[in-house]
Design a protein around this ligand. Sequence first.
Ligand SMILES: O=C(O)CC1=NCN=C1
Ligand SMILES: [Zn+2]
Length: 421
Amino acid sequence: MSADLILYNIGELFCPIDNNEPLRGQAMNTAKIMHNAYIAIKAGKIQAIGEGEVPESLISNETQKRDLSGLTVTPGLIDSHTHLVHGGSRENEFSMKLNGVSYLDILAAGGGILSTVNATKTSTFDELYTKAKKSLDTMLIHGTTTVEAKSGYGLEWETEEKQLKVAKKLNEDHPVEVVSTFMGAHAIPTQLKENPEEFIKELTEFMIPEVSKHSLAEFCDVFCEHGVFSVEQTRTILKCAKENNLKIKIHADEIVSLGGAELAAEMGAHSAEHLMAASDEGISLMAKNNVIANLLPGTTFSLMKTSYADARKMIENNLAVALSTDYNPGSCPTENIQLIMQLGSLAMKMSPIEVFNAVTINGAHSLGRGHETGSFEVGKNADIVVFDAPNIDYILYHFGVNHVKEVYKNGNLVVQDRRVI
Ligand SMILES: O=C(O)CC1=NCN=C1
Ligand SMILES: [Zn+2]
């Protein structure tokens, strides 16, 4: 059957090896890299890929063709950890940060997340939608075709629900697929600071059941951190999430080594996020329980820390690693996943093949989308990024610029010459 569209003469085609599960350990450094390649697209899906001449059987008078000689093509990039929907910004805290005031001290003083909570509460649905749509456009022109969006800037039902409904409408309206996570357990609200157990009751007895009943999110996440939610409190909240059929993630060992990685393994979390301070025991237990390590080097960079999550140790321990922006107005205000990929190599010594697997097939699996995107298996969504670069190494080595030329989502051209169309 002839294709609707054929991308041919592709200079370098990066194809993750897809075994219906994330790539772990040494497998992360494997890929099928083709040259002078083609991709045939039919009804928004991958119909065929190969090298050299395009088979005549794929071509008819109606088939559109695009010559991509000298360019590099990968699956659409997946940003599997963002706080996309939020009000306001936090550059007012920038000079405090530069003067050495820590992230947790700013939060404890009522700033940080709590400052964004106030801005989100006072923003209308339309203001949150417009601001998040602008960020989605920026993500898209940098190659992101699937993104996770967490709530967590309400800490009470009305605003948490507002955030989740904004994300749901963006998923309907925007080319980028938006996968929602409920993160009401992002901080203790100021008014319940002396009574956190009351807040945990609100989360477990009302908010999480409501999220599940109205299908407002697929995942539930908790900020398990010193001065936020303890391991015991996190366990209580995520136990309730599992009982309400939500898959679980944990912001684990971001700043203090609390044992979040160990808890993620104990509870069978889909993924554990950050892991800058993860213990060797936690890494080993995560590997034994197939918990994906979602690393966020942009946050390490933005918090001006020097100790990045130990990606090399995690890969050597047979973990599956994903990479994401952690886009949020405080600890990582960037939508640019290519910068994160460059830090994956330059700051965490991941190879180019490991980095591209981390933001395609492994990112897809960390969002439960490994069956429909993240590689070029026949029948998967035709989510495709065309880079103005000769190979994948060049995209990481030449850092700080946007290398994307075109993006296809479900076979439709949605970005041309770096502009959303
Ligand atoms: O600071 C923020 O708004 C986002 C964040 N949550 C946990 N770490 C960073
Ligand atoms: Zn985060």
